[in-house]
Design a protein around this ligand. Structure first.
Ligand SMILES: Nc1nc2c(ncn2[C@@H]2O[C@H](COP(=O)(O)OP(=O)(O)OP(=O)(O)O)[C@@H](O)[C@H]2O)c(=O)[nH]1
Ligand SMILES: C=C(OP(=O)(O)O)C(=O)O
Length: 212
């Protein structure tokens, strides 16, 4: 099964506010863009990913991620993360109704294409499935096969909401790179320890990160 990924991205100037103690205001938009670039590049290199749609209103991010090969969908609902994801999934299926779609966070700078493939192959066993984040509280990926609606419920405590919605929880070892979202300085250190993509590595080298 081949998947279309829907990746949401906030305007860079407002992104990653919880990293303000790790990256100064002047560096944070570039860091958020680097996370998104490394996430999109790894997603496009995944053998079971057919294409990637990024839902964003950020002009610079749209240009840079479009140059990597993503389709850019404007965040027309402007109603937050879940509205953006539902909109992206509807757009994908308006063009190709048979699409298998999966929402993936844009803050996975350590993402490895073959780990993503294992997660999507596991998701293909269920109408809807999700992967909990590294903290085991949130979600990094929510998948819906042909015939199932995505019904995204991301945000604080989304693991419990996705489970309650009937989506199957994917329980796989050795997929840390798909689970390691970066919200805090501690998350960034964990991602650096896993090994991040080249754009994040270049920006992170300009930050003073204790323990690095
Ligand atoms: N298109 C779109 N994407 C969003 C929106 N809100 C959040 N996202 C994206 O959804 C994913 C998870 O978002 P959060 O972790 O809640 O937000 P963040 O900007 O990454 O970090 P914080 O500012 O620290 O909350 C990231 O890829 C965000 O860029 C939105 O309103 N529209
Ligand atoms: C939006 C979510 O992630 P974050 O922890 O990045 O806010 C989520 O886990 O549903």
């Amino acid at each position: 099964m081949q998947w279309t990924l829907v990746i949401p991205l906030k305007p860079l100037a407002r992104a990653k506010s919880r990293l303000s103690d790790t990256a100064a205001d002047g560096l944070r938009p570039g860091l958020a863009l680097a996370f998104a670039q490394d996430t999109v590049a790894a997603a496009l290199a995944c053998p079971v990913v057919k294409d990637v749609a990024v839902v964003t209103d950020d002009d610079l991010a749209g240009r840079e991620l479009g140059a990597l090969g993503a389709h850019i969908v404007p965040d027309e609902p402007a109603g937050g993360l879940n509205a953006a994801l539902s909109h992206g999934a509807r757009r994908v299926r308006a063009a190709r109704p048979e699409s298998a779609v999966a929402a993936l966070n844009a803050d996975l700078p350590a993402l490895r294409p073959l780990e993503l493939a294992r997660v999507l192959e596991a998701a293909a066993e269920f109408p809807r499935a999700f992967l909990p984040d590294a903290a085991a509280i949130g979600t990094t990926l929510l998948a819906a096969r042909y015939g199932a609606e995505l019904l995204p419920a991301f945000g604080v405590d989304s693991r419990a909401r996705h489970r309650a919605s009937g989506a199957a929880e994917i329980d796989l070892g050795a997929v840390d790179s798909v689970r390691q979202d970066v919200d805090t300085g501690a998350d960034l250190r964990a991602a650096l320890a896993l090994g991040v993509g080249p754009r994040t590595a270049a920006v992170a080298a300009r930050l003073l990160i204790p323990g690095q």
